[in-house]
Write a protein that binds this ligand. Structure first.
Ligand code: ATP
Ligand code: MG
Length: 244
């Protein structure tokens, strides 16, 4: 019952006073951030500044040592591990710099396997996987194994896997970091299209051109949010306001 419960009037991500320490290293401290449905934002900052730590906490892959996290209106600290897994599976897609595709598994099955949690039958999972791969321009590579793909193609498979279940939130950690500039541009264009289709997208990047081109930029330094250009004015979602 938790997956998919994303009332329009709840922010998708709410971090309040969030900190994460490893021993005496404060990887993240006092982070306050609200991301609304339909936003697309960049998280920028030097190496070691806490960007991945923040993304892992937003993605419920890690729990904070201080503060509170709510995803799609659900306070993560009020959920047990099984409930957090269900929330994550139904709400969040992930894309990482190193693709994380399994050797020997075809492109089609890499994406179809991402839908295992959904409980849909295999044939249906494969149908949705094929449709999503066509959407990312890989309809002609369904039977290929990852080692026969270019870096940009691998990342498009990873994006297809992340979005095949239609999650409202996509979190990407340096998705263009391992790509040449042309493949990186294709991947960014794909993320922009998903954003235009309604997905909320958070992109960690070192690339100043990319971050400057996105509607919002959050800068992190030494574990702290040092700037946030803020959410641009979005049209109110249909039905929002009625509840306020
Ligand atoms: N599992 C861990 N154990 C101990 N320290 C950690 C752990 N994960 C991260 N850190 C430390 O926390 C700080 C922030 O790390 P984080 O991975 O969030 O940085 P980042 O901004 O993503 O850097 P990069 O751009 O290099 O990926 C770093 O000093 C790092 O060494
Ligand atoms: Mg990182």
């Amino acid at each position: 019952m938790i997956p998919g419960a994303t009332p329009a009037f709840h922010p998708v991500i709410e971090l309040a006073g969030v900190g994460r320490s490893y021993g005496d290293v404060a990887a993240l401290a006092e982070a306050d951030l609200v991301v609304h449905r339909g936003e697309m934002l960049a998280v920028v900052g030097p190496s070691g500044s806490g960007k991945s730590t923040m993304l892992h906490i937003m993605g419920t892959l890690d729990r904070p040592s201080a503060g509170t996290v709510a995803i799609a209106g659900h306070r993560v600290d009020s959920l047990d591990d099984r409930e957090v897994s269900a929330l994550r599976a139904g709400t969040i897609g992930f894309v990482f710099q190193q693709f994380h595709l399994t050797p020997g598994v075809s492109v089609l099955d890499s994406v179809a396997d991402g839908l295992l949690y959904s409980g849909r039958p295999r044939r249906e999972r494969r149908r949705v996987a094929e449709e999503t791969l066509r959407r990312v321009g890989l309809g002609h590579r369904l039977r290929h194994e990852p080692h026969r793909l270019s870096g940009g193609e691998k990342q498009r498979v990873a994006i297809a896997r992340a979005v095949a279940g239609d999650p409202p939130l996509l979190l990407a950690d340096e998705p263009t970091g391992a790509l040449d500039s042309r493949s990186g541009a294709v991947v960014m264009e794909l993320l922009r299209e998903l954003h235009e289709a309604g997905t909320t997208v958070v992109v960690i990047t070192h690339d100043r051109d990319i971050s400057a081109s996105l509607p919002r930029e959050v800068g992190v330094r030494d574990g702290r949010i040092e700037h946030d250009t803020g959410a641009p004015q979005l049209p109110a979602p249909a039905g929002a306001g009625v509840e306020r």
